[in-house]
Write a protein that binds this ligand. Sequence first.
Ligand code: ADP
Ligand code: MG
Length: 251
Amino acid sequence: MSTRDISLSYGDFKVLQGVSFDVSLNGLHGMIGPNGAGKSTLFSVLSGLMKPDGGEIHFGENSFGHASPARRAQLGLGRTFQIPREFKHLTVRQNLMVGPRKQPGESLVELFLMPAKVKRFEDEVMARADQLIDFLKLHAVADKPAGGLSGGQKKLLELGRALMSEPSFILLDEPYAGVNPVLIEEISERIREINKERGIGFLIIEHNLMALNRLVTDLYVLDTGKLIAHGEPGAVLEHPQVRAAYMGAAA
Ligand SMILES: Nc1ncnc2c1ncn2[C@@H]1O[C@H](COP(=O)(O)OP(=O)(O)O)[C@@H](O)[C@H]1O
Ligand SMILES: [Mg+2]
């Protein structure tokens, strides 16, 4: 996936100022930066929820142009949100089954004229949800309302929901935020497995640098809407501009 010169402003406030990057679709990449740097906004632009003022996004063979979020998901881009967006009153299994894609049963014509097709689709979706419940070890809570999950379980569910649409690449926004250390390792392990076994790539925003650096091969640093460094994690964190950005944010 690559971007060229993405920019976005809220009024006079420039949130993204010419962001260009290239990431391999089968790799594990990280993105860090102080709060307010524009990381989540960049993800919203990539996934089509926000329209940039300018710039281009290429995903594999495709140029996203003004493609809708649903279209981008169809082309293989998945994402999770910094604040989990589970349907609180639905169970974990139901949350997984409420997919982002067009489902046959949603058209009344299909529902009445092609019940077998609808049924087959639902069976497939259910089977996929069950596989993910297994994979993410969510059996114990599969039939519980998602609103009652722990922070870490919600993040696993978010990951599961992203996987339901069978993406080729996933944007993860702070997968470790509000997650206890044991589950952090669990989440990292699942990401590694998904990457290794299914060839799905990730771009991961995260503040937990220790956990992130163990997972990714390279880091991008976003500060006040600009990428200020990119490279192997150890080297990037030694970068004077990166140190200054972080100290500036802490002050
Ligand atoms: N809807 C909005 N209207 C105005 N400003 C916003 C809006 N959403 C985010 N911002 C501002 O844009 C900047 C970038 O936010 P965000 O992308 O969430 O940063 P990050 O994820 O790096 O912490 C912040 O200064 C934030 O206050
Ligand atoms: Mg954010």
